[in-house]
Design a binder for this molecule. Structure first.
Ligand SMILES: *[C@@H]1O[C@H](CO)[C@@H](O)[C@H](O)[C@H]1NC(C)=O
Ligand SMILES: *[C@@H]1O[C@H](CO)[C@@H](O)[C@H](O)[C@H]1NC(C)=O
Ligand SMILES: *[C@@H]1O[C@H](CO)[C@@H](O)[C@H](O)[C@H]1NC(C)=O
Length: 171
């Protein structure tokens, strides 16, 4: 028999587990099914759960939420790259960050087009807008190194996710 004074501690440790089912329940069936068809379903679910309205979103709303996440990720990477560029002391490193900035900036317009084509139900064209942007994060990480690796991974996975949701919305 546990001494009653242990109880609060016990509860404290168990609390996260007690609430776990509630968190996983927040994954809607639509989200679960859609994320299951992406390269990394855990990444997909975690990313979407940052946006509360994902829970009640249908497939095409999820595509737009994913597109928004991609957009804010990419713009925050461009902001980070500007700061890195400013702080860089060697011209070679400055150049590599500048190259990266160009690569990331070139993602933004295709994302806007993808959004417009998707909303007007030109699903194939919307998906095609990702063809070139998908290479940018990897090319950037190759030029700029470790400091851009995680950004690159996030941007790449978010773009893949968005494109997959757009594909699923069209069928
Ligand atoms: C996702 O895939 C896993 C493994 O294939 C499966 O067990 C699970 O039921 C799927 N979830 C949904 C929501 O389809
Ligand atoms: C970028 O995406 C990742 C994965 O979804 C997320 O964890 C991170 O917070 C995002 N960053 C920004 C600035 O949006
Ligand atoms: C996308 O972001 C914009 C600006 O933050 C917001 O107004 C819009 O509602 C968002 N759309 C979706 C589908 O999340």
């Amino acid at each position: 028999m546990l001494h009653p004074s242990y109880l609060p501690h016990l509860l404290f440790f168990l609390l996260p587990f007690l609430f776990l089912p509630c968190f996983s329940a927040a994954v809607s069936e639509t989200m679960g099914k859609a994320c299951n068809q992406t390269l990394d379903s855990a990444f997909c679910i975690t990313s979407l759960q940052a946006v509360p309205k994902s829970d009640s979103a249908d497939l095409s709303a999820l595509a737009l939420i994913a597109l928004n996440l991609t957009y804010s990720n990419v713009t925050s990477s461009t902001t980070k790259l500007l700061a890195l560029q400013r702080e860089a002391t060697s011209p070679a490193i400055k150049n590599s960050f500048e190259a990266c900035s160009l690569l990331y900036n070139n993602i933004i317009q295709p994302l806007r087009w993808a959004s417009q084509f998707f909303v007007s139900k030109h699903y194939d064209v919307a998906q095609a807008m990702f063809a070139t942007p998908l290479f940018a994060p990897t090319n950037c990480a190759e030029a700029a190194g470790k400091v851009m690796e995680q950004d690159g991974k996030n941007a790449f996975y978010l773009m893949l996710m968005t494109r997959k949701f757009m594909e699923l919305s069209s069928s």
